[in-house]
Design a protein around this ligand. Structure first.
Ligand SMILES: Cc1cc2nc3c(=O)[nH]c(=O)nc-3n(C[C@H](O)[C@H](O)[C@H](O)COP(=O)(O)O)c2cc1C
Length: 178
C-alpha cells in the first residue's frame, strides 16, 4: 500500500518507544511527579537510561539540584492521574494529594516511589554532558522494585495529543537477542 507524506512535527508519535513514566524528584520536604515519555535504554548492566526532561518543567530544577529521581511505571488503571501529572506543574501544586498518588520512601535516593505504579526504578544522574544542549540526562538505575502479582501490565505508550496505545499481549519468538 502506498504511504502518504507524514508531518515532521508528528514523527515522535511513531517512534516513542517505551512506556509512559512518572518521574519523581524530591528536595527537602518538597516532592514532585512529572510524566516522561522521551526515554531510552543505553546499557544493560548497570542499567543506564537516557531521558529528556525539559527545562520548562519544575522537575528539571529538582533533578539538576539533587541528581536523583525515581522512574515509576504506571499502567492503564491510573491513566487519568498520569495525564493529570503531565498537565500541571508541581511548582504550585502537591500532585500526590491532588491525584491521589501514594509516596513510599526509596532505599537509595531521596525521591519517592509511587505505590500505585507496578514498578519503580531508583536512579542517580551519572552524566549531564548533554543537558545544556538537549536537556538529556543519563541515569543509572541503582535499585529496582516490581509488583510480582502484575504479570502483563497494561502500560501506556504515548502517541501524541492525548492518545495512548495500551500494551498487554506478549508473543514469544525464537531470538538470540538478550
Ligand atoms: C504523555 C506525556 C508525556 C510527556 N513526556 C515528557 C517528556 O518526555 N519530557 C518532558 O520534559 N516533559 C514531558 N511531558 C510534559 C511534562 O510531564 C509536563 O510539562 C509536566 O507538567 C511537568 O511537571 P512539573 O512542572 O511539575 O515538572 C509529558 C506530558 C505528557 C502528558
Amino acid at each position: 500500500m502506498p504511504k502518504k507524506r507524514f508531518p515532521l512535527a508528528k514523527v515522535y508519535g511513531l517512534l516513542e518507544p517505551g512506556p509512559v513514566l512518572l518521574l519523581t524528584t524530591a528536595k527537602g520536604a518538597q516532592s514532585n511527579a512529572m510524566v516522561l515519555s522521551w526515554h531510552t535504554m543505553l546499557e544493560f548492566e548497570p542499567p543506564l537510561v537516557g531521558c529528556v526532561v525539559s527545562s520548562r518543567n519544575h522537575s528539571y530544577a529538582l533533578l539538576r539540584a539533587t541528581k536523583e529521581c525515581v522512574l515509576n511505571i504506571p499502567s492503564l488503571e491510573i491513566a487519568r492521574q498520569v495525564v493529570g501529572c503531565g498537565n500541571s506543574t508541581g511548582a504550585r501544586l502537591d500532585k500526590f494529594g491532588k491525584f491521589g498518588l501514594t509516596r513510599r520512601a526509596a532505599t537509595r535516593v531521596s525521591a519517592p516511589l509511587i505505590d500505585e505504579c507496578f514498578a519503580s526504578l531508583e536512579c542517580r544522574v551519572v552524566d549531564t554532558g548533554m543537558v545544556r544542549k538537549y536537556s538529556f540526562f543519563v541515569l543509572e538505575v541503582v535499585a529496582a522494585w516490581v509488583d510480582a502479582q502484575v504479570r502483563n501490565p497494561r502500560t501506556l505508550h504515548h502517541r501524541g495529543y492525548g492518545r495512548f496505545m495500551v500494551a498487554g499481549e506478549t508473543v514469544k519468538l525464537p531470538s538470540r537477542m538478550r
